[in-house]
Design a protein around this ligand. Structure first.
Ligand code: PAN
Ligand code: ZN
Length: 184
């Protein structure tokens, strides 16, 4: 055991400890992922869409290690499209991941490299296995913050560029009677 700092704690969706790192994604960081460009430009660019608190007990790239994170995805829309994470494949494509719902409700969008997609409903207690070779994105379809835990291999890395270029094969839109899935 090489780490001897304060203990890491995980309770009520709050990850805390002196080596927990927080990444914030604001509207301005998410250019390109939302379809409605006019609505995107008129949105408050400073508004935080999500935060990820993560605990990396080993160096990124370490084979055989694990990372742990909690994503806090705010409720909201840009145009009719719900707030969502950027989404990514892992840089080492075959690396998988677990997600689990803690609080709030939403969907996990999964898409393989042939662009075959599926969605899973995320709610408190739901468990999601993201297989290797599968891009993944969270969407908050509710009115409250969506908190989702995750655990992934420390050598997985994140490839955002493939998704930035071609997007996912479906979008989750706010309809009059609830979420609507639109295929691309
Ligand atoms: C998660 C994601 C987190 C934020 O920890 O990184 O939900 O989504 P983006 O990374 O797509 O912005 C994970 O999947 N890690 O591998
Ligand atoms: Zn991932």
């Amino acid at each position: 055991m090489s780490y001897s700092g304060e203990p890491i704690e995980f309770a009520a969706a709050r990850l805390s400890g002196d080596i927990v790192e927080t990444t914030e994604r604001r509207v301005r960081d998410l250019g390109g992922i939302f379809e409605d460009k006019v609505a995107f430009r008129s949105a408050d660019q400073d508004h935080i869409v999500y935060r990820v608190d993560s605990y990396a007990p080993v160096e990124p790239g370490t084979e055989g290690g694990l990372f742990f994170g909690v994503t806090h995805l705010m409720p909201g829309v840009i145009g009719r499209e719900y707030y969502m994470t950027k989404g990514h494949f892992h840089a080492i494509r075959n690396r998988g991941e677990f997600y689990w719902g803690i609080s709030g409700c939403g969907v996990l969008v999964l898409m393989d490299e042939t662009r075959a997609d599926r969605i899973e409903e995320v709610r408190p207690g739901s468990l999601h296995y993201v297989p290797g070779d599968t891009a993944h994105r969270l969407v908050n379809t509710g009115d409250a913050v969506l908190d989702v835990g995750a655990c992934w291999p420390s050598d997985a890395g994140h490839d955002y560029s493939s998704i930035a270029e071609v997007g996912f094969s479906l979008r989750v839109l706010k309809g009059d009677a609830g979420p609507e899935i639109e295929n691309r």
